[in-house]
Design a protein around this ligand. Structure first.
Ligand SMILES: Cc1ncc(COP(=O)(O)O)c(C=O)c1O
Length: 418
């Protein structure tokens, strides 16, 4: 049953209440390997459901355009202070509605329409908002894109440097959405310095690993850092922009009034709670466990003959290249879902297939680590993944795997479910 219970919702809108209940059960029973997802704590869940959602607070603590901020101001100030202390930065803006608006605010802060931005290409692991052609960031700005080396599947820093020297971008993005290896922030900082660009590290995927000491920090290398709060950081859906003191004013002006109106105060409170949780010693253990699980799962998949982009992982994320298999990413992801294992199909670098029907599967271990699974269980997960991918179309077999998966997950508590 969903926890907290939702009696008023059930009475007012039983249709939505039933769907909420169904989603909670689905999350409880499945092995959730979508790399951008997690389970928030009961405390974070409760904070998102508070009366703070009723309040408008355009502006910043102490500088609002509406009255009645006696409570919201300290809520936002707490979130800001916790973000600054957790990541060791001069400035934090906790208002962006999500990761994409956070990145858009960076464009507004540091670029004029038509200016040059450099980011990692989407098929290589970059995010849409790093200047990919279909995104507003690729349409309204002049975007140049670097990729990965074919032989290693790792970021091609020589290409990135050559491109930067040739194109002179004003902003350089590093980080991305499907990068299984450590991001070399000092190397990007050297490139940015050489061409006088603002370096923006988008740490959306790895923020929790950085907070927990399981990935190097971009602080001191990137002047501006954007992140979502809902992936490895294990907070509510939201985002933050962190920066040094020199870039703070431009960031704040871009978020409000540049791009957004009133901040979502219930989300701000939940971000503060998540940041408090991430500062606890147990979160360091969690972050390292996420990586240990990813490494163990990668090794078990490789042993079963799966090709992994870059040969493995340094973080929470594994990119499986199915090019050499008899199945593409989309039918594989659908078979896995039927077998109780949630993943997403994904392009792989130099993918011969189209983005909507690509050759890869992206897996991540943030959510299963929150549930309490450990490295010893990763060979079993790899065995189920292997069996499900081979059994695509064999519904009875996929159902049998789903039942085994649900039986395993029944032994691991989930916040939000009782
Ligand atoms: C690296 C990166 N940046 C930005 C975003 C955008 O975040 P949102 O989906 O919250 O807009 C994502 C989302 O997956 C991401 O992976």
């Amino acid at each position: 049953m969903h926890r907290p219970a939702v009696p008023a919702l059930s009475a007012t809108d039983p249709e939505i209440a039933r769907l909420v209940e169904a989603e909670a059960r689905r999350q409880f029973e499945k092995i959730r390997l979508i790399a951008s997802e997690n389970y928030v704590s009961q405390a974070v869940l409760e904070a998102t459901g508070t009366v703070l959602t009723n309040k408008y607070s355009e502006g910043y603590p102490g500088r609002r355009y509406y009255e009645g901020q006696q409570v919201v101001d300290p809520v936002e100030a707490l979130a800001v202070d916790r973000a600054k202390s957790l990541f060791g930065v001069d400035h934090a803006n906790v208002q962006p509605y999500s990761g994409s608006p956070a990145n858009l605010a960076v464009y507004l802060a540091f670029l004029e329409p038509g200016d040059t931005v450099m980011g990692m290409a989407l098929p290589s692991g970059g995010h849409l908002t790093h200047g990919w052609s279909v995104s507003a960031t690729g349409k309204w700005f002049r975007s140049v894109q670097y990729g990965v080396r074919k032989e290693t599947g790792r970021v091609d820093l020589d290409e990135a440097r050559d491109l930067a020297l040739r194109e002179r971008p004003k902003v350089i993005f590093c980080g991305g959405t499907a990068i299984p290896r450590t991001i070399d922030f000092p190397a990007f900082a050297a490139i940015a310095e050489e061409v006088g660009a603002v370096l923006v590290a988008d740490i959306a995927h790895i923020a929790g690993l950085i907070a927990g000491g399981a990935h190097p920090s971009p602080v001191g290398h990137a002047q501006v850092i954007t992140t979502t709060t809902h992936k490895t950081l294990r907070g509510p859906r939201g985002a933050m922009i962190l920066s040094d003191a020199d870039h703070a004013k431009a960031v704040d002006k871009a978020v409000f009034p540049g791009l957004q109106g009133g901040p979502h105060n219930h989300t701000t409170a939940a971000i503060a709670v998540a940041l408090g949780e991430a500062a606890a010693p147990s979160f360091r253990t969690y972050a390292h466990d996420v990586v240990a699980n990813a490494r163990a799962l990668a090794a078990a998949l490789a042993q079963r003959g799966f090709d992994l982009v870059s040969g493995g992982t340094d973080n929470h994320l594994i990119l499986v290249d199915l090019t050499g298999k008899a199945i593409a990413g989309k039918p594989a992801a659908k078979a896995l879902d039927r077998a109780g294992i949630e993943a997403n199909y994904n392009t792989v670098p130099f993918d011969p297939r189209k983005p909507f029907d690509p050759s890869g599967l992206r897996l991540g271990t943030a959510a299963i680590t929150t549930r309490g699974l450990g490295p010893d269980q990763m060979p079993q997960l790899a065995a189920w993944i292997d069996a499900a991918v081979q059994a695509a179309g064999d519904e009875p077999l996929l159902d049998r795997i789903a039942a085994e998966v649900a039986e395993l997950m029944a032994g691991y508590p989930m916040p939000g479910w009782a």
